[in-house]
Design a protein around this ligand. Structure first.
Ligand code: PLP
Length: 255
């Protein structure tokens, strides 16, 4: 019997269950797939604060990845929180030894409570070492600005300009999440390498919010890629999945 496809999740834990690894595993399961895991950091969090971050040793992260790849039928890799330069380099080294699996990178830089999860000193190695190995990266508007060293984009032309600059790293596609913007719709922009026009993915903006939506979106895209779907379909289904989760589980925004 064929082994169920796995998504290898390389991410940090969040004790509140709001974001991070447990969100990723739940998301992958809703797509009928299993997860293999490599823990990059253990974090102590509530829904409103990050109390403590304990990065795992980089060689331990790499060993977990290699063991996961050796023991399960991994069909895609999702990367979330990385705790520093050495971890980024260790993860990139494992990815370079395999060049066939699609890699989805959620460039997690901060928690929504404002605490930094990856310092500014690691931005260079993220864009130089890791992004060239990825099928898609999923920054929000703020992360996009930080990754390009520019101010947060204020209009669509600026978003596209910054996304195209990130493509120069060698990453095959950039999905810019519009969840932090304002307006009646949440619009994500997908920019791919081969001189194509940007694609837009639209969902109504809800008066609810939820933690871990970035983790969910990237994991859902990885699940789609693991199932062999075209990238555009994966993004479309992932966006719908996140919307449905916010509708059913999100908390009403304080007014
Ligand atoms: N904690 C961990 C371990 C994460 O991986 C992430 C995001 O990927 C966050 C926190 C941030 O989530 P939120 O923006 O919902 O606080």
């Amino acid at each position: 019997m064929a082994m169920t496809a796995h998504v290898l999740i390389v991410a940090g834990t969040d004790s509140s269950g709001g974001a991070g690894l447990s969100r990723d595993v739940e998301t992958v399961a809703t797509f009928g797939l299993r997860s293999a895991i490599a823990v990059t950091a253990v974090t102590v969090q509530t829904h409103t604060s990050v109390e403590r971050i304990e990065p795992m040793p980089p060689d331990l992260v790499a060993e977990q990845m290699r063991a996961a790849l050796a023991s399960s039928r991994v069909a895609a890799i999702k990367i979330g929180m990385l705790s520093g330069n050495a971890t980024i380099e260790a993860v990139a080294a494992v990815l370079r030894d395999q060049d066939k699996l699609p890699v989805v990178l959620d460039p997690v830089l901060a928690s929504s409570s404002g605490r930094s999860l990856l310092g500014p000193e690691a931005i260079g190695s993220l864009t130089r070492e890791l992004m060239p190995l990825c099928a898609i990266a999923t920054p929000n508007l703020i992360e996009l600005g930080i990754l390009t060293g520019e101010e947060t984009a204020r209009d669509e032309a600026q978003v596209e300009h910054q996304a195209r600059r990130l493509l120069e790293t060698g990453c095959a596609a950039i999905l810019v999440k519009g969840g932090h913007a304002t307006g009646p719709q949440s619009i994500d922009m997908l920019v791919v390498r081969q001189g194509r026009e940007p694609m837009h993915f639209v969902a109504p903006r809800l008066d609810k919010n939820m933690r871990g939506t970035g983790c969910m979106l990237a994991s859902a895209i990885a699940a789609g890629l693991a199932l062999g779907k075209p990238l555009e379909d994966c993004v479309h289904e992932a966006k719908r999945h996140v919307f449905e989760q916010i509708v059913s589980l999100g908390r009403r925004q304080p007014v």
